[in-house]
Design a protein around this ligand. Structure first.
Ligand code: AMP
Length: 225
């Protein structure tokens, strides 16, 4: 049996489907889903010092500075449920974050095992973001046109209220996409050079993307079971 920790990264621009796909993959992988954006939103909701520091950047669609982000994610990765690895979503987003992750994992004799790079054209992203709705209670993600809930404004899974993220406006998403190209896309080459990156066509139905991702993570699932 192979029980080395497994670290899998979901890489891709905003609204490329990272969160939706992570929800589908995490059960099969039996890995905790660590989404840096969710960690920030949790801190914002509870008005922690960290949340207040991150607020302005998030509202503008800019990245929260590396030092703050790295400290937050590393603290999460040190929790006992991450002993077997993690499915990372939205982190790393800069080369400095990737290097910090690599250094922290090396201390545990672990490394990034697989980077799933979800590729979606920019114009599709804008349409996805502006129609995106999230459940206030369980965080499930919907789209008014592509993935509507059964009853408008209500979560199918838990009956919670659906809302639009304040940074899901057209103006902010254009900044977030520009930030992606400037600061995050260099990670594609970074991980390709390490031979851990695979490209996934994210411009397909949710089910088809899940199928493609599942095929790529299958060897890891087999080695974990
Ligand atoms: P997300 O939910 O992944 O779209 O993230 C929402 C916002 O949180 C981003 O627009 C950033 O302001 C911030 N954020 C999330 N992850 C990171 C990260 N790895 N580095 C810096 N800022 C981040």
């Amino acid at each position: 049996m192979h029980t080395d920790p497994q670290y899998i990264i979901l890489l891709g621009p905003p609204a490329s489907g990272k969160g939706t796909q992570a929800t589908k993959l995490r059960a099969a992988l039996e890995l905790p889903h660590i989404a840096s954006g969710d960690l920030f939103r949790y801190n914002l909701k509870h008005q922690t010092e960290l949340g207040l520091k991150a607020k302005g950047y998030m509202e503008q669609g800019e990245l929260v500075p590396d030092a703050i982000t790295i400290r937050m994610v590393m603290a999460r990765l040190r929790q006992p449920d991450c002993a077997g690895g993690a499915l990372l979503d939205g982190f790393p987003r800069t080369i400095a974050q990737a290097e910090a992750l690599e250094a922290a994992l090396a201390e545990e004799e672990a490394q990034v095992n697989l980077v799933l790079n979800i590729v979606v054209p920019d114009d599709v992203l804008v349409e996805r973001v502006t129609g995106r709705r999230l459940c206030r209670e369980c965080g499930a993600s919907y789209h008014v046109k592509f993935l509507p809930p059964q009853a408008a404004g209500i979560c199918d899974k838990c009956g919670g209220e659906l809302y639009q993220r304040p940074d899901d406006t057209e103006e902010t998403v254009r900044t977030r996409i520009a930030v992606y190209w400037e600061q995050t896309s260099p990670l594609v080459d970074y991980y390709r050079q390490q031979s851990v990156l695979v490209d996934i066509d994210g411009n397909q139905s949710v089910e088809k993307v899940t199928e493609s991702l599942t095929a790529k993570v299958a060897p890891i699932m087999v080695s974990r079971n």
